[in-house]
Design a protein around this ligand. Structure first.
Ligand code: GDP
Ligand code: MG
Length: 166
């Protein structure tokens, strides 16, 4: 099995941290400062099950300047080139115009979309359930996986889940 997987989501939700964790190396730069990833970073995951190329995008958000605009374009173009989409969110972020715009774009692509609710180490269980509820109403996700990329919680399920759709 092999394929391309895009990591999308707002800046700072943990896309680069998760990608680094999944492939077991520090390739993408992670930081507390949003927009650290300015272009696409590709990494390859190889296992007996197959090969997955991850495209770590700069994040989809409301562009405030030319650089921001460029970053949104890179992220949106990436969606058209992949087999599976990993959409990362935080349990505390509310669904806004940006999320609705992504949802709309995904609807037209007919790709498997896995929602990753990251940073569950920062909230109570009730808030995670609430987030699941909110995002279920936004989009018909193929899977929803709550994780903590930083603390390695539940991240083991992600690769299996990806291979299921390749
Ligand atoms: P990106 O902009 O989506 O690529 O986000 P980064 O991977 O650069 O992460 C942004 C910040 O969130 C960094 O300070 C990370 O250490 C932090 N972070 C990432 N994952 C987690 C997590 O599961 N829990 C917590 N508490 N922090 C996280
Ligand atoms: Mg990043």
């Amino acid at each position: 099995k092999s394929g391309f997987v895009a990591l999308i989501g707002r800046p700072n939700v943990g896309k680069s941290t998760l990608m680094n964790h999944l492939i077991g190396q520090k390739i993408a730069i992670t930081s507390k400062k949003p927009q650290t990833t300015r272009n696409r970073i590709q990494t390859v995951y190889t296992s007996p099950e197959g090969q997955v190329v991850f495209l770590d995008t700069p994040g989809i958000h409301k562009a405030k300047n030319k650089l921001g605009e460029y970053m949104v374009q890179v992220a949106e173009r990436t969606l058209k080139e992949v087999d599976v989409i990993l959409w990362l969110v935080e349990p505390t972020t509310f669904v806004g115009a940006g999320e609705r715009r992504i949802a709309q774009q995904l609807q037209e692509l007919h790709l498997p979309v896995i929602l990753i609710i990251n940073k569950v180490d920062t909230v109570e269980k009730g808030e995670i359930l609430q987030a699941i509820d909110v995002y279920r109403r936004l989009y018909e996700f193929d899977e929803i996986i709550p994780i903590s990329a930083l603390r390695n919680r539940n991240t083991g399920d992600i690769m299996n889940c990806i291979f299921k759709y390749l």
